[in-house]
Design a protein around this ligand. Structure first.
Ligand SMILES: [Zn+2]
Length: 586
């Protein structure tokens, strides 16, 4: 993909994959590689490796692998040109214009750029309205009443949407074509097709993407205007379930503290951040969606859910909990005393009190059991209701050992007989299995150690690579091997004398072949020497002889089969297959 002499190649040469990936994954040096928890599948023990010398990554769990661009494409869900630009930006490499591929892509990129630009302007416009207009004074008073000073209003980019209905439209119309205004989500149409401001008489919270660019707004009404919160619709740059409010400012703190505080609303997030807890994000009124959890998982696996104590808040918290459990997060739940939301609580009791509560927040298990305890359990039906409340959470826990721990805890806490509970858990677990979609298994490449070692020697720069490639190629020693295609590509690369780039080599390979190549490369290996290579070649030669033998046997068998009774033929076939397996492994 990174063609010679191209901008992409230049970026690839200058970029440090460890640093780029390190922005998404906590990496730890282990031997020659760096390892961490894979961002592409859920796991508790790291199987994700980054190779600093070869500038590649590979996950031994889900077999995702490739170069720095492949990583960014996967993690940001973007196309190659965008990945190149992202890496270039991260590494401070100046980007030449027009690196897009197709006209369609160029059009989309232009549209996205224009939408980001229009949001930047809208945010500035709303900000000026808040601080400079007469209408804005009311909004400022409202915010001050809620404990925000002017400095904080600026810091969090708060604004005000005027009530006139076309103030923003008049401001932006001369600068942007109708198509962009339309796609921005900042405007609505009435039945006659007339366009007007979507947000009116509202306090505006800019919603930024992970890199801090405003891509949407949340507007809170100050009076009785309904709805209380109005958000931007989905647009080409904004998808509600992919964004968390305040994550752009929180991500460093989340990584440093290795936990995140999840609150419901904008004002809560701002209050918590102002009190000195920068590692806070808001899901904005609803429960978490799966992409948001994935996004968080890149920064930490530990979360404290601090939703409002009202019924809606608890319902949202419990829905989020179920999904977080499924994704194996370490979850704690903080319910503030007196039913306060974080904003109110901090105002009344201050940061130190909040910090103490954070530190003592119960695990989700204790939280849920406490909730179940509040139910009437004096009757059998009441007990059943309590168990039925807890069971959906149990069902979601992937780990059997943890499920078992739950059983003991719940039976002790709710005074339910353990056998009864275990039976109910067993059924729940069976149902859970029934719901799980079988994952398409990757063909597990059972390649012989000798082949693996040869792939390593061919894939790394050394002084025997050329000779090895010639020897294998001339005698067709790789023919019929599972890794035949891998050898073919490596032999060709060795012959061309150019330095080998495994990540781009891998692009011509099927999934299982790519897996063989990456796993061979990521294995720690001693330097190559011809003596060892020769012994690996001997193994290959032996297999070649074995294969020829089998082929001749098959021919011979065909010839005599017609003259034998059926049961003799079947016996012979079974014996032949057995020998064939022993000889060539298949
Ligand atoms: Zn993985």
């Amino acid at each position: 993909m990174a063609e010679a002499g191209s901008f992409a190649e230049k970026v690839k040469q200058q970029a440090d994959i460890v640093r780029v990936i390190g922005e998404y994954v906590r990496l730890r040096k282990t031997g020659q590689n760096f390892t961490g928890l894979c961002p592409f599948h859920q796991e508790k023990t790291p199987s994700f490796s980054v190779h600093p010398v070869k500038q590649m990554f590979y996950c031994f769990g889900c077999h995702e692998g490739g170069d720095v661009f492949k990583f960014v494409m996967q993690v940001e869900r973007c196309e190659f040109p965008e990945a190149v630009r992202t890496v270039a930006e991260k590494c401070g490499i100046p980007i030449p214009r027009a690196t897009e591929r197709s006209p369609e892509e160029r059009r989309q990129n232009q549209q996205r750029a224009a939408l980001v630009e229009i949001h930047r302007e809208a945010a500035a416009f709303y900000g000026r309205q808040l601080h400079q207009s007469a209408e804005g004074k009311v909004a400022v008073a409202y915010l001050e009443d809620r404990g925000l000073d002017r400095e904080s209003m600026s810091r969090f980019g708060l604004g005000h949407a005027p009530g006139s209905g076309d103030a923003l439209l008049r401001h932006l119309k001369p600068k942007y074509p109708a198509k962009i205004l339309d796609a921005s989500g900042l405007f609505s149409h009435d039945q006659g097709g007339r366009i007007y401001d979507r947000f009116r008489r509202r306090i505006m919270f800019p919603i930024a993407n992970e890199s801090g660019k405003v891509i949407a707004f949340g507007g809170r009404s100050m009076g009785d205007d309904m709805p209380k919160y109005l958000n931007s619709p989905e647009t080409p740059i904004y998808s509600k379930s992919n964004v968390l409010y305040h994550l752009d400012r929180a991500k460093e703190a989340i990584r440093q503290n290795d936990f995140v505080i999840l609150v419901e609303g904008y004002m809560d997030a701002i209050a918590v951040a102002r009190a000195g807890f920068a590692n806070v994000v808001a899901s904005c009124g609803t429960s978490l969606a799966e992409p948001q959890i994935k996004l968080l998982g890149r920064f930490t696996r530990r979360i404290i859910v601090n939703y409002d104590a009202d019924a809606a808040g608890q319902a949202a918290a419990e829905r989020s909990l179920a999904l977080l459990l499924e994704k194996e997060f370490d979850v704690r739940v903080l319910t503030l005393p007196g039913g306060a939301d974080p904003d109110q609580y901090l105002k009344q009791y201050g940061a130190d009190a909040y910090r103490k509560l954070l530190a003592s927040a119960p695990s989700y298990l204790d939280y849920l059991i406490a909730r179940a305890r509040q139910m009437d359990r004096s009757t059998a039906a009441g007990k059943l209701a309590a168990i039925n409340f807890l069971m959906p959470y149990v069902q979601r826990i992937p780990n059997a050992l943890m499920r078992s721990e739950w059983a003991s805890r719940i039976s002790a806490e709710l005074r339910v007989d353990e056998p009864v509970l275990r039976e109910s858990m067993r059924r729940a677990a069976a149902e859970r299995r029934g719901n799980v979609q079988p994952k398409p298994e990757l063909l597990s490449p059972a390649i012989a150690p000798a082949e693996r070692r040869l792939i390593q020697m061919l894939a790394e720069p050394n002084n025997i690579r050329g000779r090895l490639a010639r020897e294998i190629g001339a005698n067709r020693l790789h023919c019929g091997l599972l890794a035949e295609k891998v050898f073919e590509i490596l032999i060709a690369a060795a012959g061309s004398n150019a330095s080998l780039d495994p990540a781009s080599v891998a692009e011509g390979l099927a999934d299982s072949e790519r897996q063989m190549l990456f796993e061979a490369i990521f294995e720690t290996s001693a330097g190559a020497n011809w003596e060892e290579a020769e012994s690996c070649l001997a193994a290959l030669r032996q297999r070649t002889v074995a294969r020829e033998l089998v082929a001749e046997l098959v021919e011979l068998q065909k010839k005599i089969e017609s003259k034998l009774p059926l049961d003799e033929i079947l016996k012979l076939q079974a014996r032949r297959q057995e020998l064939q397996r022993k000889l060539v492994g298949r």
